[in-house]
Design a protein around this ligand. Structure first.
Ligand code: ADP
Length: 236
């Protein structure tokens, strides 16, 4: 079953087509990597899904029937589509736990809130840091906290924009386990990332974008071997 479906999406900036009739379906339970050279349309795709950019045409559907195409950013977030942006944006003057409480959102019952915070701290490996000020965390820990805040909102779709940018090899490896720990049978995860080894380790399948279209979709090993992918992207 598809958790997130993008159909015939076109986005035009001035005269330039950033997305060109792009279609993509991500299964529930899947972790999908989205890769492609600079300017391929990866960020624009996440911007349309999360309601920041309007498509000229096409459709975004959550689950089987929830049309998000004309929804606002806030409505899309409320529907359960959550995004982690590239730069960490935690609340530095609040503790890790308080950041996670914000991630849960208002209206979450106390028992459920506690359960989600424990789960988020565990998956992010931040149990021992729960009472520390978020501003005192290392860069990598801030990234993990932000992913944990997304998790605490109990999302149906998680969009991650370059989650290992600026992280060391060791932190990157730890992030693989963290993101795989977000997987749930009814949840789709989309990871946009430049680090190919990371994408290969974390994603079930990849979509290679080029000039706003899908160049390849399938296993990362297949992407590495596809001549059209090598030509535009891997053969640098
Ligand atoms: P990627 O994330 O794959 O590097 P982007 O989605 O950021 O690619 O950009 C796709 C193309 O759209 C690029 O050529 C970029 O310059 C262009 N673009 C993105 N946002 C805007 C904008 N707001 N106005 C004009 N052009 C834009």
């Amino acid at each position: 079953m598809s958790a997130l479906v993008v159909e015939s999406l076109s986005v035009v900036f001035g005269g330039f087509r950033a997305l060109d009739d792009l279609s993509l379906a991500i299964d529930a339970g899947e972790i999908r990597g989205v890769i492609g050279p600079n300017g391929a349309g990866k960020t624009t795709l996440l911007d349309v899904i999360s309601g920041i950019t309007r498509a000229r045409s096409g459709r975004v559907t959550l689950g089987e029937a929830i049309d998000l195409t004309r929804s606002s950013e806030a409505e899309i977030a409320r529907a359960g589509v959550r995004r982690k942006f590239q730069r960490p944006s935690v609340f530095p003057a609040l503790s890790v736990r308080e950041n996670l409480e914000i991630g849960c959102g208002a209206g979450c019952p106390p028992a459920e809130r506690s359960r989600r915070i424990v789960e988020a701290l565990t998956i992010a490996g931040l149990e021992s840091q729960a009472d520390r000020l978020a501003g005192l965390l290392a860069h990598g820990e801030k990234q993990w906290l932000e992913i944990a805040m997304v998790l605490a909102s109990d999302p149906r779709v998680i969009l991650l924009d370059e989650p290992v940018a600026g992280l060391s090899d060791e932190e990157t490896e730890r992030t693989v386990g963290l993101i795989r720990g977000l997987r749930r049978p009814d949840r789709a995860i989309v990871v946009v990332e430049h680090d190919m080894a990371f994408v290969e380790a974390v994603a079930d399948r990849v979509t290679v974008l080029h000039e706003g279209r899908t160049l390849y979709e399938g296993a990362m090993a297949g992407a590495r071997a596809a001549p059209r992918v090598i030509e535009v992207y891997l053969g640098r």
